[in-house]
Ligand binder design. Structure first.
Ligand SMILES: Cc1cc2nc3c(=O)[nH]c(=O)nc-3n(C[C@H](O)[C@H](O)[C@H](O)COP(=O)(O)OP(=O)(O)OC[C@H]3O[C@@H](n4cnc5c(N)ncnc54)[C@H](O)[C@@H]3O)c2cc1C
Length: 475
């Protein structure tokens, strides 16, 4: 029995891992050069409380279930996850009514611990919040992750459990014969399969059309962000939301796992067929700063070390499309707008159960749910650092000064599958710090070239034609 999963974002990665619990051959197809290079690499990284989601929706169901699964998932897959809670801040009497509605809605769908606190109590917890804040909704279950960590860890664990990962492999057609899925055709050949899961993110509508389905209909909605340097990280202890608008949860202020401060996202509806429109704009960044300063007036945008944008695969129905379809063997995990990251573990569990029940396969006795992360030198005690260096002297050579990433970590990332600068960055945080790779890029290129046995000119940022080095300046 063979199952193909299309798309190695967080949704496809977790689905592939769940399927590896069963006696099936699982193939994960990804057109990019690495895991998590799509929507998963550019979002807020919030594991939501889910009180934003309407009762009776698939979003609410999978969000609540997924959020509750994250602590176990993080422990099994060894990625950082911090439940820091969130405050939704009210500035007007109308906002205060919205807080009460969000609390009631959250309680109806099973969100634990929601309480409304006064402006004074909010400022005691969050001293930098605006003096204009009148009240806040506190949601203690909200957490933060680095979203690519989740996908990378899930794929590593799935590979240990038999997953066949096909990177740089775009699915171009799905063969349906006699009303059921028989094979996927890719840029690297045709693979016979008994079932397919569409987890193609912004391209899920295109993949659905390959089997003749017209849903979901997606449109791209861009969100722009600013990432501020670590001194700004102390401006927020929790995730700070404004009262939501009709088309978004609003512009947030939140600390990141690494101790930086993230501002954003905006919500701009883009023309159809522009899923790759990830350029930032002056107007978008200005709006992100204004929105963030409304919550925390002293935020200093001069501490910005990076700006970026992500594009949401926004379904016109507003709803996730998850489950079997009327094409036998074709399953959807599509329309993965926010809170898709939060919902992903629950969607993965549900789909794996549906699929394996339909084809009646047993669980694998030998499935190992545990994965161990690459040692993080910067987080180790002096004693553990010296033990690591004694075992492998490359852990004694710092390559990224900002985040204190060693050559040992970079080599480990390459051994685990990193082939590009972004692949190294997402696995180790090298190049993610204040200088944004100004110091370490040349050194990482040299290590990649040495370890992969290729000339430095062949090293790419994230694949395709984005070379760093185009040739020699002197013969
Ligand atoms: C601005 C923004 C903020 C967000 N904030 C949050 C948040 O705080 N919390 C939260 O829970 N959610 C959030 N989300 C939503 C969350 O990021 C997404 O739901 C989630 O990342 C979607 O993951 P995915 O795996 O479905 O898509 P992707 O990560 O895009 O993965 C799909 C993959 O499929 C591949 N692919 C596409 N077509 C093909 C093909 N034909 N063949 C092979 N491969 C293919 C793509 O290359 C891609 O890698 C946010 C989203 C955005 C954009």
């Amino acid at each position: 029995m063979r199952i193909g999963v299309i798309g190695a974002g967080v949704v496809g990665a977790l689905i592939a891992r769940e399927l590896c619990r069963y006696e099936v051959e699982v193939h994960l197809f990804e057109r990019a050069a690495d895991v998590a290079f799509g929507v998963t690499k550019a979002n807020s990284g919030v594991i939501h409380g889910c009180f934003h989601e309407g009762p009776g929706t698939a979003r609410a169901r999978f969000c609540v279930e997924g959020s509750a699964m994250y602590a176990t998932l993080a422990a099994e897959l060894d990625f950082p996850f911090r439940r820091i809670g969130a405050h939704v801040i009210a500035f007007t009497p109308v906002d205060e009514q919205t807080l009460a509605q969000l609390r009631d809605q959250g309680e109806e769908i099973g969100v634990p611990g929601l309480t409304i606190i006064s402006g004074e109590e909010l400022r005691a917890r969050e001293p930098h919040v605006s003096p204009q804040a009148r009240a806040a909704l506190w949601s203690p279950t909200v957490g933060i992750v680095e979203p690519w960590d989740v996908a990378i860890a899930a794929v590593e664990n799935a590979r240990d459990n038999g997953l066949l990962l096909h990177l740089n492999t775009e699915v171009t057609a799905i063969d349906v014969i006699g009303g059921r899925v028989r094979a996927v055709t890719t840029t690297r050949g045709t693979f016979p399969v008994d079932a397919v899961v569409n987890a193609a993110g912004l391209y899920a509508d295109q993949v659905a059309r390959m089997v003749g389905l017209s849903a979901p209909v997606l449109h791209p909605r861009r969100g722009e962000y600013l990432l501020l340097d670590k001194p700004a990280g102390k401006m927020a202890n929790s995730v700070l939301f404004p009262a939501p608008t009709d088309n978004s949860k609003g512009i947030l202020v939140l600390p990141t796992i690494d101790g930086n401060l993230l501002l954003g996202p905006t919500a701009d509806d883009l023309p159809a067929f522009t899923p790759d429109a990830v350029a930032t704009t002056t107007s978008g960044l200005t709006a992100a700063i204004a929105g963030a300063q409304r919550l925390v007036p002293k935020i200093d945008p001069r501490l910005t070390i990076k700006t970026f944008a992500g594009v949401r695969p926004e379904p016109i129905t507003g709803e996730f499309t998850v489950g079997p379809t009327n094409v036998r063997g074709f399953y959807q995990a599509a329309g993965m707008r926010s809170p898709g990251l939060t919902a992903a573990p629950a969607i993965a569990r549900y789909l794996a159960q549906e699929l394996t029940h339909a084809i009646n396969v047993p669980k694998k006795a030998a499935f190992n749910p545990k994965r161990t992360a690459i040692p993080r030198f910067s987080a180790l005690s002096p004693h553990d650092r010296s033990t690591l260096i004694d075992a492998d002297p490359r852990y004694g050579r710092i390559v990224c000064r900002c985040n204190e990433v060693t050559e040992g970590e970079i080599v480990a990332a390459i051994r685990r599958g990193a082939r590009t600068l972004d692949g190294i960055k997402f696995r180790t945080r090298a190049g993610f710090g204040r200088c944004q790779g100004g110091f370490c890029t040349a050194r990482i290129v040299a290590i990649l070239a040495r370890e992969l046995g290729v000339p430095p000119e062949e090293v790419r940022v994230r694949g395709n034609d984005d070379r760093i080095i185009v040739g020699r300046v002197r013969p």
